[in-house]
Design a binder for this molecule. Structure first.
Ligand code: G1P
Length: 290
């Protein structure tokens, strides 16, 4: 059973400036909850009980969101806002969440290496802080954890990606297949369109064996002079082997303005005021066509 997860939240969020000057991109809201909270919920719903969030200097708001705030709860209770107080308490109770700060932006691989003592010897889940997946009946991390139970090898979550922006992702070169599960030869990071090894893009969900830490310990900087996760995953592919798994679910790129907008619209339609919002959108679309 996979019980621990790591969420690296180090990126600067340059695609989402200027708001990310003051707010970590992982806290950008979908209606009233930050993206990161949806990701933590996915992990808990997948059987994870301990989460380590890797933050960066200037991102203390992430810790503030998840930590219990006795003073605020007290104020709400005194004001008779019991429901609100209870919902805040739930945030800190769902899982055991710890934080570590990556002091310098030395890359995703370097961030994950900071979680080595937390992870210990077992395989762990990795969820990237700006990839959101909606799959309420079968959360993405649970799907990957089940694939791990079958193989006991590293599992990289992918989906078929047919548009040209696939060049912004890691793309899997695969070998033999068994349904949604494919043996991974290598991940090509952000390949040009004429060098795509497949249409299977890595979308921010992984189950990784703890052997990755031995690789990261001595790994030289790669692209952008940073310690890259993909380089370490490729070392795992070549040594103990790894698989890619085509998970089900609607994925949103929350680091991108358009991605975040679509997430807000679609979660709005699924919310308690979904019917009202749908009427509003229908009227709006009609008026745009007139
Ligand atoms: C990272 C990974 C890439 C993956 C992507 C998913 O890239 O390196 O393989 O496809 O996340 O969002 P980044 O977005 O940090 O450049």
């Amino acid at each position: 059973m996979i019980s621990k997860a790591v969420i690296p939240c180090g990126g600067m969020g340059t695609r989402f400036l200027p708001i990310t000057k003051a707010l970590p991109k992982e806290l950008l809201p979908i209606i009233d909850k930050p993206c990161l909270a949806y990701i933590a919920d996915e992990l808990v719903d997948s059987g994870i009980s301990e989460i380590m969030i890797i933050t960066a200097p200037g991102k203390t708001a992430i810790e503030k969101y998840f930590k219990f705030d006795a003073e605020l709860e007290d104020t709400l209770m005194k004001a008779g806002k019991i429901k609100e107080a209870e919902s805040l308490r739930k945030i800190s109770q769902r899982a055991e969440i710890s934080f570590v700060c990556q002091m310098e932006p030395k890359g995703g691989g370097d961030a994950i290496y900071l979680a080595r003592d937390f992870v210990g010897k077992n395989a762990f889940a990795l969820a990237l802080g700006d990839d959101l997946v909606y799959s309420p009946d079968n959360p993405a991390t649970r799907q990957l954890a089940e694939a791990y139970e079958r193989t006991h090898k590293t599992i990289i979550g992918v989906q078929e990606w047919l548009t040209d922006d696939i060049v912004n992702y890691g793309v899997a070169d695969i070998d033999s297949s068994d349904g949604r599960l494919h043996k991974c030869k290598i991940i090509k990071e952000k390949p040009p369109l004429n060098e795509l090894p497949s249409r299977l893009a890595c979308l921010g969900r992984y189950i990784i064996t703890s052997d990755i830490f031995d690789i990261l310990r001595t790994q030289k900087p790669g692209r952008n002079n940073e310690i890259q996760l993909t380089d370490a995953l490729n070392s795992l592919c070549l040594t103990e082997g790894a698989y890619v798994y085509e998970f089900e679910g609607r994925r949103y790129d929350m680091g991108d303005k358009f991605g975040a907008l679509t997430a807000n619209v679609e979660f709005g339609l699924r919310s308690e005021f979904g019917a009202r919002f749908k009427d509003y959108l229908s009227d709006l679309i009609k008026s745009l066509k007139e």
